[in-house]
Design a protein around this ligand. Structure first.
Ligand code: TPP
Ligand code: MG
Length: 572
């Protein structure tokens, strides 16, 4: 045991857990520890808004596979984290949210910046630790880091501010990193049996494949079987897009080829995916989920097995290990592989569906003109995107349509707002990703409405020298929501039109580079300039108001009104 102050114990524990960056806004509540960050080898990245700091921790984690860490002042600094921690929860990001709290001696008296900080995060964290005594600060700090990684999600470390002071005798805990099992041998055998008998096996490659570093294992299994691979919703980086077996992403604005292929499956191997309800809804008018197929679902979290879709073979295991074990069983057991007999037909079908989808994408909404049509600008961006880029996407109509135009060769490249779906996610997440991987371009796709929520983090990029690229789609509307007013509310626009300033000029006045683009032929050059630059760049693309399919056709219906006053508001 060594004698030290709790602040020293805290920063020493962070360092022992491999922490190199912490995102947040300075506050007196933890200044005694913050003072030691530089000496402990930790860079404190000072952000513009704590929500941005939480998203940056998320982006840092998703790009690096390591913890993301954020910290703020008790009370309002902490409540500002709530949205970003909820987003990180649904992105399965191991973010440690450090929440210094009002002093234990005055808790409950209603002093300055006091609020109960644990309830806000109760349903959006995997674990919450409250530091009840200074001599437990190191222990509980370490536990938050261990559990964030092993349970794949955010954890909260709540520290009464007076517990940074005093003197303790402790040992700094060693990090606990568990080896994830591939799954039980019985369920892996059953999975191999079902796959061996499949005439048309299809693999859904999910986020778990990325998180377990299992793309290689997924690819080897797919190649051995000649099984087409579709990405689960918003995990477009879970299989190399140039591979002949790749069919593209399922879900909202996903690939018609992927949908037409999985529709034909008699056995589906859902690898590292919870098969979330939003990500498996019918799209493009295609009911693609093969309800008569046998479904094998592999996930390291037993709670999501069979939760949304009926499954025949649940495997509680790591995606990488399970793919390797299933392949091993197929290669070395006595099972005849039915799918080997018709591999060529399957490959021909994959090629046919992909060619048809590409042909459609090449003509759909590709008009020349100024302002630029959404599908055209997305195709131009896709063509100019550096191969090693990391791309984040926001929630909005154009961002969602981008799902069809974002293809990746390597994992840890695509960080969408996932199922929490908050506007304002993409840009700070790209900033965090850029901090984690300064060697790779980081590009955020953001609608103009969502840009209003997130543009302030341009300040962070300038102040902290983080050369992130934001591509802002200026269509003068909260387009995704306006689409509902068009489809369901007889074009009555309440709150969906936006009057905008020049976002390029705002960027310039913040000290970043601003590029305004209003013709298709300028887009590629602008993106290349931005992504090869060492300053934060905001590309403002003037876009038409054209809108793609709505998000929630499943949840809306034509309005009925009963009161005379509102009779004109009924839509037949
Ligand atoms: C924090 C938050 N507030 C509101 C919404 C509801 N919402 C979903 S999409 C959207 C419109 C997005 O508009 P914009 O960013 O301009 O992109 P566009 O749809 O025009 O491409 C809104 C308001 C949300 N998802 N998140
Ligand atoms: Mg918009």
């Amino acid at each position: 045991m060594t004698q030290m102050t709790p602040s020293e114990a805290f920063v020493e524990t962070l360092a022992a857990q491999g922490v190199t960056h912490v995102f947040g806004i300075v506050g007196s509540a933890y200044m005694d520890a913050l003072d030691l960050f530089p000496a402990a080898g930790i860079r404190f990245i000072s952000v513009a808004h704590e929500q941005g700091g939480g998203h940056m921790a998320d982006g840092f984690s998703r790009a690096s596979g390591r913890h993301g860490v954020c910290i703020a002042q008790n009370g309002p600094g902490i409540t500002n984290f709530v949205t970003s921690i909820a987003a990180a929860y649904w992105a399965h990001s191991p973010v440690v949210c450090i929440t210094p709290e009002t002093g234990s001696k005055t808790q409950g008296l209603g002093g300055f910046q006091e609020t109960e900080q644990l309830p806000f995060f109760e349903k959006i964290t995997k674990y919450q630790a409250h530091v009840s005594r200074p001599d437990r600060l190191a222990e509980l700090t370490a536990r938050c880091f261990d559990r964030a990684i092993s349970e794949r999600g955010p954890t909260q470390l709540n520290i009464p501010r007076d517990h940074f002071y005093g003197m303790v005798d402790i040992d700094i805990p060693k990090p606990i990193r568990i080896e994830r099992p591939a799954g039980g041998p019985g369920s892996l055998d059953a999975a191999a049996d079902a796959i061996a008998k499949a005439k048309f096996p299809v693999i859904v490659s999910g986020g778990g494949v990325v998180m377990s570093d299992g793309v290689k294992e997924c690819l080897e299994l797919a190649e051995y079987l000649g099984a087409p691979v579709v990405n689960s919703y918003l995990h477009n980086d879970s299989f190399p897009a140039s591979h002949p077996l790749w069919c593209g992403p399922l879900g909202y604005q996903g690939s018609k080829a992927a949908m037409q292929i999985i529709k034909q499956a008699d056995v589906v191997l859902a690898l590292g995916t919870r098969l979330g309800p939003f990500g498996t809804l019918p799209q493009h008018g295609i009911e693609y989920w093969p309800s008569n197929a046998q479904i094998i679902q592999v996930d390291s979290d037993h709670r999501v097995l069979g939760l949304v879709k009926q499954v025949d073979v649940p495997v509680c295991g790591d995606a990488k290990g399970a793919a390797r074990e299933i392949l091993h069983r197929l290669q070395t057991g006595n099972r005849a592989i039915t799918g080997h007999g018709n591999r060529d037909q399957r490959m021909a079908e994959v090629k046919k569906q992909k060619d048809a989808w590409e042909a459609e994408l090449n003509t759909w909404g590709q008009a020349d003109g100024s302002p630029v049509a959404p599908r055209r600008l997305l195709r131009e961006l896709e063509r100019a995107m550096p191969k090693n880029a990391m791309v984040t996407t926001d929630i909005g109509n154009i961002c969602s349509v981008s799902n069809s135009y974002l293809r990746f060769e390597q994992p840890n490249s695509f960080f969408a707002a996932m199922s929490f779906g908050n506007c304002g996610y993409a840009f700070p997440t790209a900033v965090g990703a850029k901090v984690a991987r300064p060697d790779r371009p980081a590009v955020a796709y953001v609608g103009d409405g969502a840009w209003g929520m997130s543009l302030l983090e341009t300040l962070t990029c300038v102040r902290e020298n983080i050369p992130t690229t934001a591509v802002v789609f200026n269509n003068g509307q909260w387009g995704a929501e306006k689409k509902n007013q068009i489809d369901y509310y007889a074009d009555r626009y309440v709150g969906t039109n936006l009057t905008n300033p020049s976002f390029a000029k705002i960027a310039e006045s913040m000290g970043a580079r601003g590029i305004k683009v209003d013709r298709p032929d300028q887009i590629g050059d602008a993106l290349k300039t931005a992504t090869s630059s060492d300053v934060c760049t905001v590309i403002e693309i003037m876009a038409t108001q054209e809108l793609g399919d709505p998000f929630r056709r499943d949840a809306l219906s034509k309005p009925k009104r009963m009161l005379k006053k509102y009779a004109a508001y009924t839509v037949e």
